[in-house]
Design a protein around this ligand. Sequence first.
Ligand SMILES: Nc1ncnc2c1ncn2[C@@H]1O[C@H](COP(=O)(O)OP(=O)(O)OP(=O)(O)O)[C@@H](O)[C@H]1O
Length: 505
Amino acid sequence: MNNADSRHTATGDSAPRITLEDVGKSYGGTSVLRGITLNVEPGEIHGLLGENGAGKSTLLKILGGAISADAGTVLFDERPAKLGSPRAAIDHGISLIAQELALVPARSVLENVYLGRWANAAGIVRPAQDRARLERLIAESGFDLDLDAPVSSLALGQAQQVEILKALARGSKVICFDEPTAALGEADTENLLAVIRRLAANGTTIIIVSHFLEEILGLADRITVLRDGNQIITDDAAGYDSDGLVHLMVGRQVEALARSPRPVAENAPVVITATGLSNASISEISFEVRRGEVLGLVGLMGSGRSETLNAVFGSDRVTSGEVWVHGRRVRRNSVRHAIRGGLALVPESRKDQGLVLGRSAAENVALPSLRRRQIGGFVQLGAEHRVVDDAVERVDIRGKVRHVPVGALSGGNQQKALFAKWLIDPPEVFLIDEPTRGVDIAAKANIHNLILELAERGTAVVVASSELEEVLSISHRLAVMRQGRIVAEYDRSVSPDVVMATAFH
Ligand SMILES: Nc1ncnc2c1ncn2[C@@H]1O[C@H](COP(=O)(O)OP(=O)(O)OP(=O)(O)O)[C@@H](O)[C@H]1O
């Protein structure tokens, strides 16, 4: 997927659109970004890379006006830009598209794009002209959008297009994307990358953060690698491969990737049985997982992977079907009983389901085991510290683990905290949704190995992921989902093409 020939090349001939001079940011005396000096030209696609916590989102937030830099200057078209608020950034022509989209679900695409402007009494409301303009932008950008559809009816890829449309309608000359493809399926990813290329070809400057190195290498004209808040290199992308980038990001050679799962013991008992689980999103879901086994759930976006995990855990209601753990029935539609029955879920959406964002990472990690130990009457605080430290170290959380709310950690480190929570006292059944979304490449292998280790210690694991490669590398068996049903099961030797063909059908 290399389109090197059609790339814009950063010649240094055109005047920079954005210039950063010695930009830095600190939180409570801790410097998280320092000395960033960079020019980005009109029409350039600039990739921003680094491990979790390296400072990528911080840099984008400064450009998008969500936070202020406390050192250095930002120039826009060679004039000092006063950013400081999203409004100010937008006025300068800079838009930030964050991972959590800022849309009003009940309103139409058209209303979402113009809501702010129409609400502003000083703005002149010309719905007919606005509609015509958006229709033109939609056609130029190659979007698949109906202006009258409510945003709640859109798939994630389309909702992202609404955000881009918003940026274009405001006349943005710079669009910053924070991990835009992290939650997209393959087809939506290809669409988005095509849209980004088209925007750049029309002169929009793109700054994009991603953990998918091949994606950046196939897309970006130039790259900047950050490590621990420092700018390691800024260079043409053409001379790099992903191994070289990882080395720059991590500052050391990354050891081998995840190993393969060990075979399940022949006499391993069945730990979890699900029979006929059904609700509005899934239909007649049945499966068994044995002690030490990893079952992978694969399927396209919307095929029912996450809904299956949530139904098993009781966080989505089912209308029929049952879950049994070690031969005991788990009370239906009750998360409390699921947890008591030995189930744990690492959800897809860490923000609203997984973490208490106001508490530190250490407190979050300690929470499930603390609760269980309190039931017994004792909490041994010294011992608690050690086990928490151990779990935190094993998932390699970067950033302040104590005394800082976990919500202030970088996205990838929040994901690691969510995972570490369950390492202390492993559950009987571990349900994991998108285990490595937003996690950097070094930590990814780490988390894969932890999943395998948990299985080897006796946990039955069900893992759902949009990355087929990920599921294939850690699962013993695969269940392929389509339209809310399990339509096929394969063992791990299946070829990815066969799985994809089954998922699409
Ligand atoms: N509000 C805050 N208070 C304290 N520290 C913060 C705050 N926001 C960010 N940080 C710290 O700044 C550092 C950089 O975070 P940032 O989100 O920029 O990383 P990142 O490179 O985007 O990581 P990821 O790939 O995980 O998203 C992290 O150590 C983070 O904990």
